[in-house]
Design a protein around this ligand. Structure first.
Ligand SMILES: CCCCCCCC(=O)SCCNC(=O)CCNC(=O)[C@H](O)C(C)(C)COP(=O)(O)OP(=O)(O)OC[C@H]1O[C@@H](n2cnc3c(N)ncnc32)[C@H](O)[C@@H]1OP(=O)(O)O
Length: 160
């Protein structure tokens, strides 16, 4: 059955040539394939880490958590970029964002096994830059807080 446009996640709109990212690329069969969507003024994604995404046994590896903040942040940045231009994510030309800066603070250990809720809020849209704050909730508690500075993909990084 064909999916409705509103069912699509931000990352589903990424053109094929930028859909190989380990965190969010729908074409990376080994990756997380994170799916982010608007939830009112915030954005939200869900992911349950695998048993091997372990730090200390029973707790999630911090690099995995940073990846979730990173790709939820850049995905939210892309959606915010289109929104700021008053157009939909399937319109042309495509807007593509990469991570310029990633800040992650681990507030408490994140239990492994629980579904994680990743949330984001746009702090700033300025020219080619979007700043997104993001946080991760496990078992009803905020375990991680971070911030992503996303900048539109430079020409030099484009393959197509
Ligand atoms: C596209 C779909 C895939 C999504 C993948 C997302 C996750 C990823 O892993 S991306 C891979 C990791 N990231 C990279 O490899 C990026 C490497 N870096 C670069 O290419 C460049 O440094 C880049 C593009 C980030 C910025 O360079 P450039 O395009 O020259 O930006 P520039 O014009 O200097 O700055 C634009 C704005 O961003 C800000 N900015 C740039 N870098 C930073 C930084 N490190 N920290 C804070 N702000 C920054 C600038 O201050 C400026 O802000 P303002 O307009 O307010 O003055």
């Amino acid at each position: 059955m064909q999916r409705r446009m509103s069912d699509l996640a931000f990352q589903d709109y990424y053109p094929d040539d930028v859909s190989h990212c380990y965190g969010c690329g729908r074409l990376n069969e080994h990756g997380i394939q994170l799916k982010s969507r608007w939830d009112g003024e915030e954005s939200v994604a869900y992911y349950t880490p695998k048993p091997y995404h372990t730090a200390v046994p029973g707790y999630v590896y911090g690099g995995m958590l940073a990846s979730l903040i990173d790709c939820h942040g850049t995905g939210t940045a892309a959606a915010a970029g289109y929104r700021a231009e008053g157009r939909t994510m399937d319109s042309q030309p495509p807007l593509r964002y990469v991570t310029a800066a990633l800040n992650v603070n681990y507030l408490r250990p994140t239990p492994l096994g629980d579904p994680l809720e990743v949330r984001g809020r746009v702090k700033e849209v300025k020219g080619r830059k979007v700043v997104v704050e993001a946080w991760i909730i496990a078992g009803g508690e905020v375990c991680v807080r971070g911030e992503v500075v996303a900048v539109q993909l430079p020409e030099a990084m484009r393959q197509s």
